[in-house]
Design a protein around this ligand. Structure first.
Ligand SMILES: Nc1ncnc2c1ncn2[C@@H]1O[C@H](COP(=O)(O)OP(=O)(O)OP(=O)(O)O)[C@@H](O)[C@H]1O
Ligand SMILES: O=C(O)C1=C[C@@H](O)[C@@H](O)[C@H](O)C1
Ligand SMILES: [Mg+2]
Length: 173
């Protein structure tokens, strides 16, 4: 994990697997801190005027990763709560940019819990090969999330409010 060497950038960037709660927790954290909220999946959908699944089907998984990276690198809002898409970890450039905008918080949730939360990963637009399980995707992405994270929260047994409380505690908000 990367040390949290940028405390003056008071923003928070949530990363983690699809279904780990980035959007849910991000909105709640924004409401409670008063920091503006930004969801990169929403940014991409509104910028492209298409749903994620349509963008992925038009451009392939590889194309989507490039589009996602470009949108993320265009974000200028330091001091915000930023919920990312689960696949942002594939772009080193995007991750370095996010790091300049705030502390990178990884919501780590076990594949068993993820399975319960999202039964429709493929339909949801997750970059997962048909026939691949969420457990396999989790295993393949684990080292990437770990590499970029400055804070890790084990969210498997926590409610969204408990995750928010842990983030506030660790960042002294
Ligand atoms: N701590 C939690 N406990 C129980 N359910 C949760 C928790 N956090 C999120 N959920 C539920 O899990 C589902 C997925 O959550 P959410 O959309 O926030 O995940 P995400 O990380 O933003 O996923 P994606 O990468 O696809 O955008 C939602 O139905 C949400 O209500
Ligand atoms: O984890 C993933 O592969 C993804 C998660 C979503 O948030 C979207 O960013 C997109 O559907 C890809
Ligand atoms: Mg989300």
């Amino acid at each position: 994990m990367v040390p949290n060497d940028n405390p003056s950038a008071r923003g928070v960037v949530l990363i983690g697997m699809p279904g780990s709660g980035k959007s849910t927790v991000g909105k709640l954290l924004s409401e409670q801190t008063g920091f503006p909220f930004l969801d990169t999946d929403e940014l991409i959908e509104s910028g492209e005027s298409q749903r994620l699944i349509e963008i992925i089907s038009a451009h392939s998984a590889e194309g989507f990763r490039k589009i996602e990276s470009a949108y993320v690198q265009s974000i200028q809002s330091a001091g915000s709560i930023i919920s990312t898409g689960g696949s942002v970890c594939y772009s080193n450039e995007a991750m370095q940019h996010l790091r300049s905008l705030g502390t990178i918080v990884w919501l780590d949730v076990s594949p068993e819990v993820l399975e319960q939360r999202i039964s429709d990963a493929f339909d949801r637009g997750v970059l997962i090969e048909p026939g691949t399980s969420l457990a396999e995707l989790y295993k393949s992405r684990y080292a990437l999330y770990e590499k970029y994270a400055q804070i890790k929260i084990d969210g498997s047994k926590l409610t969204p409010q408990e995750v928010v409380s842990q983030i506030c505690q660790q960042l002294a908000f």
